[in-house]
Ligand binder design. Structure first.
Ligand SMILES: NC(=O)c1ccc[n+]([C@@H]2O[C@H](COP(=O)([O-])OP(=O)(O)OC[C@H]3O[C@@H](n4cnc5c(N)ncnc54)[C@H](OP(=O)(O)O)[C@@H]3O)[C@@H](O)[C@H]2O)c1
Ligand SMILES: [Zn+2]
Ligand SMILES: [Zn+2]
Length: 371
């Protein structure tokens, strides 16, 4: 069933926080019989890649291969995958299938782990990220800015036939990170939802809030430069430009049931965002700034009984439901394809806020065949 491949892969490796990535070899985890291998065709660039590469959340575990919005073709399957106890869906993975891998590559999957047993692998205390992380055997996890990926079949997902690979890539992290809290906090008919920060995650937040049938979706951005895209393109009903509109917190107060905040900088007007919530409303932080969030006065919480919470990527179930909804409702991210060779330039453009709204790195098929 499984053909063997060399134990060195090639990819775009970071050795420190400042040098450009270099195309070189690295050693993936040892292959186990519950793993698969994938020839990577596409990988999105997520804000997390930037935080990690510059050690923004703390020192990264270099050498590091980032990228966790991976799409590729299965080239090798471990002998235990067809009977995998932990994931009936992963048993269906075959050589030649198109699969996606997101920001998580493993969790403990133990029966006595309440999170794993409950299908909340994304909150397992022994979670393994797709990069900058270690498996239980202490081997390093390497991500998708590479020619190949190797890892547990439990965290690989078959991609519905109707989703093109380049558009499917950002769904694996960006898509599920906004879909999971929208689902959990009841976004749908009768609900007004605000999406703060219109970047990779945020534009997907507007698309998924629409696809879930929310009554009203409001794009909240710093300036009006993304207004046209948000309203005419992504389907938002309204738009707030927080750096330009006067007294926007008061003007739009008590108008939203749920806010998903994708902002990745600490200097956000948090207490003003909370003013937008109705009584009992929920604010979900998914963006992960490198410095603490702004201070709040107790009255921001007390006056309307609002809830402030956060959300980490999504569970395997969230990912499957999200892919199904994306296929049914044609939720397609707005992407710009970049050759994988241009990864350093693409990272610089992403960091400068130029993506509209997600860069997807594409591996050349010919090069792929040789490696
Ligand atoms: N929770 C999770 O599981 C999870 C998963 C994936 C990513 N993330 C995190 O989510 C964040 C966003 O990722 P992304 O890929 O969407 O990045 P992105 O494409 O760069 O989008 C971030 C957006 O934040 C807004 N923003 C930036 N600086 C701001 C400021 N000072 N004040 C207010 N808004 C500001 C911008 O929107 P406007 O131009 O519209 O203002 C920008 O487009 C990152 O921190 C990433 O690490 C978290
Ligand atoms: Zn991500
Ligand atoms: Zn667990």
């Amino acid at each position: 069933m499984s053909s063997t491949t060399p134990d060195t892969f090639k990819g775009w490796v970071a050795n420190n926080a400042t040098s450009p990535l270099t195309f070189t070899t690295f050693h993936p985890k040892p292959f186990t019989e519950t793993d698969i291998e994938v020839a990577i065709s596409h990988c999105g660039i997520c804000g997390t890649d930037i935080h990690t590469l510059r050690s923004g959340w703390g020192p990264a575990d270099y050498p590091c291969v980032v990228g966790h919005e991976i799409i590729g073709t299965v080239t090798r399957i471990g002998s235990e995958v067809p009977t995998l106890a932990s994931s009936p869906a992963s048993r269906e993975i075959r050589i030649g299938d198109r699969v996606g891998i997101g920001a998580q590559s493993m969790s403990c999957l133990k029966a006595d782990c309440s999170e794993c047993a409950d299908g909340q692998e994304n909150y397992c205390p022994r979670l393994t990220g797709t990069y900058n992380s270690r498996y239980a055997d202490k081997s390093k996890a390497y991500g998708g800015f590479a020619m190949r990926w190797r890892g547990p079949a439990h965290f690989a997902f078959k991609i519905p036939g109707s989703l093109p690979s380049a558009e499917a890539a950002p769904l694996l992290c960006g898509g599920v990170t906004v879909f999971a809290p929208l689902r959990k906090y009841g976004a749908g008919p009768g609900k007004s939802v605000g999406i703060v920060g219109i970047g990779g995650l945020g534009h997907l937040g507007i698309l998924f809030a629409r696809a879930l049938g929310c009554d009203r979706v409001v794009g909240i951005s710093r300036t009006s430069s993304k207004r046209k895209d948000a309203i005419e393109g992504l389907g938002a009903d309204a738009f707030i430009a927080t750096d330009e509109e006067k007294k926007w917190g008061r003007m739009h107060s008590r108008s939203l049931d749920l806010i998903i905040c994708t902002v990745d900088a600490p200097d956000m007007p948090l207490s003003q965002y909370l003013r937008l919530l109705k009584v009992d409303g929920t604010f979900v932080q998914v963006g992960a700034p490198e410095k603490p969030l702004p201070q709040l006065t107790a009255f921001s919480l007390i006056q309307k009984g609002v809830k402030v919470t956060g959300s980490n990527i999504g569970s395997p179930e969230d990912i499957r439901l999200m892919l199904q909804l994306a296929a049914e409702k044609r939720v397609l991210p707005w992407i710009q394809k970049r050759p994988m060779e241009d990864v350093n330039a693409a990272l610089a453009d992403m960091d400068a806020g130029k993506a509209r709204y997600r860069y997807v790195l594409v591996n050349e098929t010919e090069k792929q065949a040789k490696l």
